[in-house]
Ligand binder design. Sequence first.
Ligand SMILES: O=C(O)CCC(=O)C(=O)O
Length: 288
Amino acid sequence: MGAVNVGLREQFIRDGYVLFKGVLEPELVEGLRVWSDQILGLQEKAHFEQNRTTGSMVLIDWAMAYRYNVLAELVAHPQAVAALAALGFAEPKFGHGRIISKPPQSPPLFWHEDGRFWDDPVSYTWQPIQCFLMYYLTDTDARNGCLRVIPGSHRKRHPLHDQAAPMHTDELRTYANPEDAAFQRAEGEVDVPVRAGDLVIGYGRLFHAAHANLSDERRTVLTMWYYPHFVGLPERTQATIFSLEGRNGETGTNPANEVQARMEPLRIVYEGDAEPIAQRWTPGPALK
Ligand SMILES: O=C(O)CCC(=O)C(=O)O
């Protein structure tokens, strides 16, 4: 394993995200662009209507990675594994991902956080449970829908946590009310513009959003969900993760496929008998 970068690790734990530049080779980015355009082309019109603010929300699972080598290359990319190791996570696990593609001239994505383990005491500590690895397949800035984040919101209560409307509703997904607070500027927010092939790693429970795409080009991000610290988490947390993601990884490896073999250590396995904890999508009072 590569050495831990103490400064980066501190930054990650403090801010809740970190940017690694130039992680994917341009050929892989191009291959992923072609592949994701093809998969997006297979979706029904209703899919895009239901997901106006994200643009799309296509599931990436292990079976898909076994079917498309370009995706397996991404899941087990040595530079991504090295980036996680630099943050101090030597044995990361992979769960699933999403193709999130904003068409030209499309609305902003609402503020949300994807923490779903708020009944688990670990969510109130520095330890990440679920982290996103986001790969944008085009260069991004505030004009074509770059990522926005609220640094520190993974560990500290923000006014958005107590907003009346729940997150991830159909109303937010379809942009039914552009005046909703979830589409406005938020206290402490920063833009995270990137180059295609960069990697943004962040806590799932960090508040994030994306600007509208005002350009004439599609803007695609592949959000890949990992459990970087799985082996260091309490058994009940491991049991919870396994109950949600374990089946997803059941597909058998083809030993002759070198890329699939690289995915194998990322498989989520829990064989104990601890009780999983129910999912909860909003933080309790312990988040101060
Ligand atoms: O579209 C984006 O830039 C962000 C995607 C996102 O919020 C997510 O994957 O949770």
